[in-house]
Design a protein around this ligand. Structure first.
Ligand code: V0D
Length: 255
């Protein structure tokens, strides 16, 4: 991932100069929870919360670029979300297109590259096309990676990885002995191949659980929980999470 080095150096330099925030997490992942609750409190339908949540998403993107986070992964739609009413699922499936229509020019201007993790194959065609187009347009951007988890579930991600690994092994596509299989090789089969593990995972709305998000990847991540509902998410909340992260002493299982 040598192409990202100039960006990282720039980040370090700017923060040596500013002196305020050091130790910025390279990869921040966010579980954007509380849209439904936000709407319910106001007597709005749930989808109004999702719409407002879309704007909060852009506030998070702006904050992450401002503080020179390298990768921002956002949990937009889980494999479990299909259980919601059809009308809500339909609404959610329109949001990528709407978001990109409004914000892609700004993302391009900010040099942001867009990518996804999860199974896009079963999404409506209009959703897939909008996302595909944004990925293509932004593929040469070398600023922040904005990574949307869509139709993503981490257990399924792991099972899928195992299946592919077995197939590759049977087809002699992978030149290793079973006993030599290690974490590094295995992790190449995950959607997150090529990404660093999240340093910081933020979850809004007061719930303190991982909900099948990045199980493998969050093995050593720091967690930050806030009661703020996702539609109320601001740069200040993001900054608070970064400040909290500064105080953490990461051990990775060591002493
Ligand atoms: C609703 C809060 C942006 C969470 C944020 C597919 C739930 C707003 C996107 C998006 C959603 C996805 C892909 C992409 C560009 C934008 C999005 C979904 C839901 C469901 F390339 N917000 N957003 N996607 N919400």
């Amino acid at each position: 991932m040598s192409f990202r080095l100039p960006f990282l150096r720039k980040r370090e330099k700017e923060f040596q100069e500013s002196g305020k925030l050091k130790n910025i997490p390279s990869h921040v992942a966010i579980i954007m929870d509380g849209n439904g609750r936000w709407a319910k409190r106001r007597g709005f339908p749930r989808v109004a919360g999702h719409k407002e949540g879309m704007e909060a998403t852009q506030r998070a993107v702006r904050a992450a670029t401002k503080y020179h986070v390298d990768t921002l992964t956002l949990f937009a739609f889980s494999t479990e979300n299909w259980k919601r009413p059809t009308s809500e699922v339909d609404f959610l499936m329109r949001l990528p297109k709407e978001y990109l229509h409004i914000y892609l020019p700004e993302l391009m201007e900010k040099n942001v590259r867009i990518d996804t993790i999860g199974d896009l194959a079963h999404l409506p065609k209009h959703t897939r096309e909008a996302v595909k187009n944004a990925k293509e347009q932004s593929k040469d951007n070398d600023g922040m990676l904005l990574n949307f988890a869509i139709n993503y579930g981490s257990r399924l991600e792991i099972v899928r990885a195992v299946k592919q690994l077995i197939k590759d092994y049977k087809d002699n596509q992978i030149a290793i002995k079973i006993d030599d299989l290690d974490e590094e090789t295995f992790s190449k089969y995950l959607y997150t191949n090529g990404l660093s593990d999240p340093d910081l995972l933020i979850r809004t709305s007061g719930e303190q659980r991982l909900s099948n998000f990045l199980l493998w990847q969050c093995a050593y991540s720091e967690f930050y929980f806030t009661d703020v509902l996702w539609p109320d998410f601001t740069e200040e909340v993001f900054y608070e999470a970064l400040l909290d992260y500064q105080k953490r002493k990461r051990r990775y299982g060591g002493i």
